[in-house]
Ligand binder design. Structure first.
Ligand code: UD1
Length: 356
């Protein structure tokens, strides 16, 4: 059996790592296609080297552009790749422009498509990620759902027959990396002279927080006014938008820092007093590490983290301040994202449900 995985953005490289390992262990032929959506070494190459993923077999080098230009360039390039590879499954990951491009290209070539992390919904129709997920779920032949809640969303959209609950593959990687970094001091903490538990880790990159200068200024003010140092691991999008709007990313409590490699991020989050983010993955990683999270969005796809008290939603500076200073939630043994064995189930499911 042959699987072609299509990835392009940082969170997809994290999800790819356990899948690549499980595919190798099962003796499945696995071809990795990198669209080139993320091209900065700290958003791309470092994930392949740190997580032990083989270099991509095909690199499309698409790069940045408007949604249409970026997605269209991927579509055009993927036709030839799929034609040459003729896989049994095209496996697409998450909710980026790379996901929807690969799903659309494959379905038009009558190649079976499986969507990993299917059924997540924010119900916010203005988010590009929400368009990408909904379109991909409805195009795909097999929906690999991470949680009971995502299974419910797919059923409500009439997609129950194509759905399999496999668990969350990011949990597989997170547990492995957490055990590797162990109790060794965080590199970020040493570099910046931060005290254990004495700082917050922040990431902000979503269009709704970065593209409008007034909104970005509000978020930056909120972070700069917090009661402890806040290290902003600044994605290129936020750096570019802040520079364009004349907003300083290092001010007050806020210190701007380059993005971190995955093990360094996990270790920095583990030693922090809390995480402030608009990332999807980091909300869940904080929960799995039992680090309180404040999410700078109006909704979340990972509703379990909020229900269990480890995550709160915040929009204004006051809400962000209240979010980080709330009491630590009660510990819980609940494991809504599984036990860290999802990737093996994904590969088994692809073998069992093989169509071609
Ligand atoms: C993308 C995903 C988002 C995911 C995020 C993880 C979409 C629509 N969004 O957002 O779901 O959470 O990746 O990081 O697919 N840029 C660089 N260097 C890079 C990559 C991007 O400088 O290596 C800059 C470019 O100016 C680009 C901007 O960042 O225009 C945004 O990049 P893009 O790939 O469009 O979306 P992300 O914000 O990274």
């Amino acid at each position: 059996m042959k699987i072609v995985s299509v990835v392009g953005a940082r969170p997809q490289f994290v999800k790819l790592a356990p899948i690549a390992k499980a595919a190798d262990a099962a003796g499945v032929e696995h071809v990795i296609v990198h669209t080139g959506q993320h091209y900065d070494p700290m958003l791309s190459d470092v994930f392949f080297s740190d997580l032990g993923i083989a270099a991509p077999d095909v690199h499309l080098g698409v790069g940045s552009g408007s949604h249409g230009v970026q997605t269209g360039a991927m579509l055009a390039a993927l036709d030839g790749v799929f034609d040459a590879q003729q896989p049994d499954w095209v496996l697409v990951y998450g909710d980026t422009n790379s996901t929807v491009a690969a799903a659309l290209s494959a379905v038009k070539m009558h190649l079976p498509v499986a969507h990993l992390e299917a059924g997540l919904r924010s119900f916010n129709r203005r988010m590009p990620e929400e368009h990408n997920r909904v379109l991909t779920d409805h195009a795909a032949d097999l929906l690999l759902a991470p949680t009971e809640v995502s299974v419910g969303h797919l059923a409500a959209e009439g997609l129950a027959e194509r759905t399999v609950l496999v668990g969350d593959v990011m949990t597989d990687v997170l547990f492995e990396v957490r055990d590797q970094v162990g109790a060794s001091p965080s590199r970020l903490r040493t570099e910046l002279g931060l005290e254990e538990g004495g700082y917050y880790v922040a990431t902000i990159h979503r269009a709704e927080n970065t593209d409008d200068p007034a909104r970005l200024a509000q978020v930056v003010d909120g972070l700069a006014g917090l009661d402890r140092p806040v290290v902003l691991l600044a994605h290129p999008r936020v750096v570019a938008k802040a520079a364009g709007a004349g907003i300083e990313l290092t001010q007050g409590s806020l210190v701007s820092h380059a993005p971190l490699a995955y093990p360094d991020l996990i270790s920095a989050a583990l030693s922090s007093a809390g995480v402030v983010t608009d990332s999807g993955g980091l909300q869940k990683e904080a929960f799995l590490l039992r680090v309180p999270c404040t999410t700078v969005r109006t909704e979340t796809e990972w509703v379990e983290t909020v229900e269990l008290g480890w995550n709160v939603l915040a929009q204004t500076a006051e809400e962000i301040a209240a979010g980080v200073s709330r009491p630590r939630p009660a510990d819980t043994d609940t494991a809504p994202y599984g036990e860290g064995k999802a990737a093996v189930r994904v590969v088994e499911t692809l073998i069992e449900r093989r169509i071609r």
